[in-house]
Design a protein around this ligand. Structure first.
Ligand code: GAL
Length: 427
């Protein structure tokens, strides 16, 4: 009989959830730690540079826990755009993977509220992690004194990437970052004049990623952070001017944007077809993979604004309630939280280690800027990547954004929809 874990991995796209649940009930693995050797790890790191990051971690897992076998449960789609729905269906059908990727912050809170993940505080003691991570980060994983996941990495969401050669052609100084959103808009106009796509962007979640970067720039960190706890109103004039800037920027983007995921949009920049791309720093891993030279072929800067801000998000991994192979999941958590695991994974992923005691000298030029910014700048949570808002709020916000960018472009209606979403969900 086909091993259950392998069956799930092979068939997860071909079968509906009901079929999976039916199969799994007759499966060969028990629950709560007696699940054999296979460990199904659920992520959305299915291809390209993201898969390269995952592969680097899997290698360390093989070295540290050779008694277990990694089973790839990845579901393609940047930012978990397809994975999160699939995961939710499986969790509701009591068919959890052994461990799954979840963002620190509001997104993790969703799983905690639904009682879908276990408290893993004891692993923090067992693996001696309590002092290994920044306290602020652990706070985003903690509810009522219980810690619900272990972080693998920290990503920055508000980075502008540029093709240095295209900028040169367009008469833009690639060594000098613009000082404001308006300056950046002026450079987009110049880039457009050079006959390329000025700003490449992908589908809705990439557009939300762009929007959040603009909001951070225009509002400043404290005011932006207030959007999520009711301290800043979504009908604030600064939100209106951010939406205006967003509308202007979208005017410089590629027409095929709604059919592209982030790697395709970033590829336009790599290929010299686009001047700029605003994306999280997983793009750095794509540039490395494409063998682009930092400073010569590409360059980067945080979207400029009121102050220096690190747009924050962190991936973490969980122990789902009813995980078929809890011991295997704990082994995975052991590896990803270890110094070796964090080093290998983050070097390949474009992120910085969540642990504070990893040898930072091995990280490249871009990552050094991220490490410095994370240590020194104001921190603001990402909307598009689960740090700032729960999934339901993000869904409303994404729908409103998609309607705005694909439909009538009615800015007042867009802002009204954002206000309505906040009224529904802000605490
Ligand atoms: C984020 C995730 C990153 C990266 C990105 C693009 O949500 O935290 O690790 O994978 O999506 O898919």
């Amino acid at each position: 009989m086909l091993d259950r874990r392998r069956f799930l991995a092979l068939s997860s796209t071909a079968l509906g959830v009901g079929a999976l649940a039916a199969c799994s009930s007759g499966g060969d693995s028990g629950s709560g730690g007696d699940g054999g050797t296979d460990v199904e790890v659920f992520t959305w790191w299915a291809a390209g540079s993201e898969k390269a990051g995952l592969d680097a971690l899997v290698k360390v897992f093989g070295e540290q826990h050779s008694d277990f076998t990694f089973v790839n449960g990845a579901v393609a789609g940047g930012a978990g755009s397809a994975a999160k729905d699939m995961l939710q269906s499986r969790l509701q059908a009591s068919d959890p993977p052994d461990t799954f990727q979840a963002h620190a912050g509001a997104e993790l809170q969703d799983y905690i509220d639904a009682a879908q993940i276990e408290d893993v505080s004891d692993l923090y003691d067992e693996y001696k992690l309590t002092d290994a991570f920044p306290k602020d980060l652990v706070d985003r994983l903690t509810v009522d004194g219980k810690i619900y996941s272990i972080p693998s990495n920290i990503h920055r969401s508000n980075v502008v990437w540029a093709n240095a050669k295209v900028l040169e052609k367009a008469g833009i100084d690639a060594k000098k970052a613009p000082g404001s959103v308006d300056d950046f808009l002026a450079d987009l106009e110049k880039a457009k004049g050079a006959g390329v796509t000025a700003l490449s962007v992908g589908t809705t979640w990439c557009q939300v990623n762009l929007l959040e970067a603009i909001l951070m720039s225009e509002l400043g960190s404290e005011k932006y952070n207030g959007l999520f706890d009711g301290k800043t109103a979504w009908d604030d004039a600064a939100v209106t001017s951010s939406l205006e800037a967003f509308q202007k920027m979208m005017g410089y983007t590629n027409t095929d944007r709604d059919s592209l995921d982030w790697p395709d949009a970033t590829q336009q920049l790599i290929d010299g077809k686009a001047a700029y791309n605003v994306m999280g720093d997983w793009a750095e891993a794509a540039f490395q993979q494409a063998k682009l030279k930092d400073g010569e072929d590409y360059t980067y800067f945080p979207l400029p604004g009121k102050e220096k801000i690190f747009g924050f998000l962190a991936d973490s991994f969980t122990l789902p309630v009813g995980a078929p192979n809890a011991d295997g999941a704990k082994a995975w958590l052991d590896t990803l939280s270890s110094k070796d695991g964090q080093l290998a994974f983050n070097l390949a992923k474009g992120s910085i280690p969540a642990r504070t005691d990893v040898d930072e000298s091995q990280f490249g030029t871009y990552s050094q800027t991220a490490l410095k910014s994370f240590a020194e700048d104001a921190i603001s949570p990402s909307i598009a990547h689960g740090a700032a808002v729960p999934v339901a709020w993000l869904n409303d916000l994404s729908d409103a954004t998609s309607q705005f960018t694909t439909g009538a472009s009615d800015l007042a209606a867009y802002q009204k929809a954002l206000v309505a979403a906040a009224d529904k969900y802000a605490s």
